[in-house]
Structures are given as C-alpha cells and as structure tokens.
Design a protein around this ligand. Structure first.
Ligand code: ZN
Ligand code: ZN
Ligand code: ZN
Length: 148
C-alpha cells in the first residue's frame, strides 16, 4: 500500500475540523484503520471496532466509512466478487487479482500511465486506477497448470 501518512490524531483533527462528532465508534474505527495496514472489508472493521465499542452496528460503520471517504481519508476498492475493501488513502496504487486463487497484488499506479493517457486522449475519459482490480492469472497458478 506504500507509505501511510495518516496518524490517529491527524484523522481525528480532520474530523473535528469538518464538524463531525467524534463518537466512541468513530474513534475505534479510525484506530482499526490505522492499525490494519491491509485491505479490509467493512465486516472485518465492524468486528475490530466492536472490541472497543460493542454497541457499534454495521450500518454505523458504513456511515462512518462514507464520511471518512468524503473527507478523503479512506478509499475503497473492489477485488473480484468479494465485498468492497477499505484502507486509508495513500499513494494511488492499482490492484491485480488472480481469478484462480484470489491473490491480490498491489502495483504502482505509474504502471497504468500509458493506458490512462491513451484513454483520455482517444475517449475523453478518466480511468480510476484504484477502484477496480485488473483480473488475470498469477504466476503460480499458471505454473501449476503447465505442470499438471
Ligand atoms: Zn466502489
Ligand atoms: Zn488498495
Ligand atoms: Zn493465482
């Protein structure tokens, strides 16, 4: 995911500045996002939050995630058919997803620059490099197939 720059204090300060109320649930959600340096589903975040704030409901978590996305603190992506995954906004990256074993690779977004420029030039369309994963077959699945 690259270097994260958000700390819990940064995020709480941004929330306060935007006029958002800092609830126990929101605080626990921010903590879970900062501590989890991975792509996590809202369901997994809810479970992590409920350790500190047992009253937190999934719908509250979704609302809070939405608020954090609107403030540019959190982004989500779709990796295949599984539920959307969330993480702190950081350097933009792309996702490659193996359709056989489900492994996800994070790749630098610069990889997509030629595509992004060509699509913009020829179709007047801006590609979102992070939101959807590019699906294909990873090296180990390809090798396993070759040797079976
Ligand atoms: Zn989406
Ligand atoms: Zn990602
Ligand atoms: Zn694979």
């Amino acid at each position: 995911m690259g270097e994260e720059t958000w700390s819990i204090d940064d995020i709480l300060a941004t929330l306060r500045t935007s006029g958002g109320r800092i609830t126990a649930t929101k605080r626990a959600l921010v903590q879970a996002l900062v501590e989890t340096r991975e792509h996590v589903t809202a369901e997994a975040l809810t479970a992590a939050v409920q350790i500190h704030a047992p009253e937190a409901s999934p719908s509250t978590i979704y609302r809070n995630l939405e608020e954090l996305e609107q403030l540019g603190i959190v982004v989500h992506a779709h990796l295949g058919r599984a539920a959307a995954v969330y993480h702190l906004a950081g350097p933009v990256h792309g996702h490659l997803l193996c359709s056989r074993c489900g492994v996800t690779l994070e790749v630098p977004s610069t990889l997509f620059e030629p595509l992004v420029h060509a699509v913009r030039r020829d179709f007047d369309f801006d590609v979102d490099r992070h939101h959807l994963a590019i699906s294909g077959v990873c090296g180990s699945c390809r090798d396993a197939e070759l040797h079976s």
